[in-house]
Write a protein that binds this ligand. Structure first.
Ligand code: HEC
Length: 209
């Protein structure tokens, strides 16, 4: 009877639905706010180079995330296929993070080093040259476009403003680092950087008890 009352009175239905959803949200979100592992940086996480930052920007511009996730789930089959499960600490410097959930193609969070640069360049230009059954589109124009002076330093400054620890010298050097590089070079550098960060071994002094 009570259920019928709620279903027949749209005002109550809206209010009670909002209460139920808010409760669900709080239960999921509040514990995470207090979980340090979700906000502290994964040990050994490298700061991206100028070329990788530029490549990441092209990755977002071209909508690669529409078909590729960058988050290995904790399921056994994912870990066997891709590598170590993703941690929140790997994405602390990723604005916006590229986790995604749409996988028309494979997850890319561990693709760094799986193929060499040449394979990646050919694949980006026309995937069917290396994977005949692929339905991924080709991006031939990326091999013809470069970067405007000032473009990459601006990206790095914006990321620095939201907490990515680029040092100023790297920002100053950025234009020189990407000069004569194409957008394809940048995407390949970015893809090769996608791997689980290796924890930096403790130095002898740090390891002392
Ligand atoms: C329409 C969907 C689609 C889009 C958009 C797309 N891909 Fe793919 N991608 C795929 C599919 C499907 C595969 C698997 C077949 C293959 O290897 O080509 C794949 C494979 C890959 C692989 C090889 C992964 C592996 O582990 O073998 C890389 C790297 C890759 N894509 C990068 C990119 C980049 C970079 C972009 C954007 C510039 C992009 N993809 C856009 C569908 C897509």
């Amino acid at each position: 009877m009570k259920h019928e009352f709620v279903e027949k009175n749209v005002g109550w239905l809206a209010v009670l639905t909002a209460v139920a959803i808010s409760f669900g949200g709080l239960v999921e979100i509040v514990p995470l706010m207090n979980d340090k592992s979700a906000t502290s940086v994964q040990p050994g996480l490298p700061v991206r180079t100028a070329l990788e930052v530029a490549g990441r920007d092209v990755y977002i511009r071209e909508g690669c995330y529409g078909c590729h996730s960058q988050m290995v789930r904790t399921l056994a089959e994912e870990v066997l296929r891709y590598g170590p499960a993703s941690t929140a600490g790997e994405s602390v410097w990723d604005h916006p993070f590229q986790w995604g959930s749409k996988r028309t193609g494979p997850d890319l969070a561990r693709v760094g080093g799986r193929y060499n640069d040449e394979w990646q360049r050919i694949h980006l230009n026309n995937p069917r040259d290396v994977v005949p059954e692929s339905n991924m589109p080709g991006y031939p124009w990326l091999a013809e476009e470069g970067f405007e002076p000032g473009e990459v330093p601006a990206m790095m400054k914006a990321l620095k403003a939201v907490g990515v620890p680029f040092d100023d010298a790297a920002i100053v050097r950025a234009d020189a680092d990407v000069a004569r590089k194409t957008k394809a070079d940048a995407v390949v550098a970015f893809l090769q950087s996608l791997k689980f960060p290796k924890a930096v071994p403790l130095t002898a002094t740090e390891a002392q008890p």
